[in-house]
Design a protein. Structure first.
Lengths: 110, 110
DNA sequence: TATAAATGAAACCATACGGTTTCCAAAAAA
DNA sequence: TTTTTTGGAAACCGTATGGTTTCATTTATA
């Protein structure tokens, strides 16, 4: 749970963190409220939230005794854009030809 | 490196695997050709490719003595769609109001 | 046929990950 | 001022991850 190079792709790889994102996107919540949505312990949820903050997807501010968590999902733009780079693969109308050329075994010695 | 439930989000969380995807999207390659693009060992690359196949992003077919790898990135649609769910967060024109309402501290007891 | 190329498989390793429990501190509420 | 509430922090644990080296096997090639 150290601060290795925390990037957005790694942050969203965990289903629990994607759920947290879903929660916080709708309304900001303090830590306990977030944890209430899960069966796992509060510290576990807190660690997930910390990871989300480390890559900027969640912003935390302490108010009194509580930790107020809000989503800031601008970072997901990067993910969307990266995936869309390969849109041709699921958008059948596009570039079928290009891909066919490439599936040709004769390309294999490149 | 076991077959836990391999999902696309986890598969793309590793930068090396995203690079492999980038390579194979342009042209299919056999394992050694893929490995040539990296400084790590061939077995390491092979493991990454295995993970990519486990979630369907890469298809492998053995031809003679070589392992021919091709991308099948339809699975990235899921990623794109998930990220786009939160498009409002980076598309400033949209829903600024809705989000402002939500950033209001008085919401915190939901 | 002997040799080289391409790869799978196994064993191993250090560290990251995802979780737990326990304890402590600070605010808020009774 | 006790007592909750809220959550940070630490220690720990089992397993997954990402890498290595070594060896065996299969297929082409000289």
């Amino acid at each position: 749970m150290n601060q290795t190079r925390r990037d957005v792709f790694q942050a969203i790889s965990d289903p629990t963190r994607r759920e947290i994102i879903g929660l916080l996107a709708r309304h900001s919540l303090n830590l306990n409220k977030v944890a209430d949505h899960f069966t796992m312990s509060r510290p576990a949820v807190a660690k997930h939230i910390r990871i989300l903050t480390e890559c900027g997807l969640v912003i935390v501010q302490t108010r009194g005794r509580e930790t107020y968590c809000q989503a800031d999902l601008k970072g997901l733009k990067q993910v969307s854009e990266w995936a869309n780079t390969y849109q041709e693969f699921w958008n059948d109308k596009l570039d079928a030809l290009e891909r066919l050329l490439d599936e040709d075994p004769s390309d294999e010695n490149l």
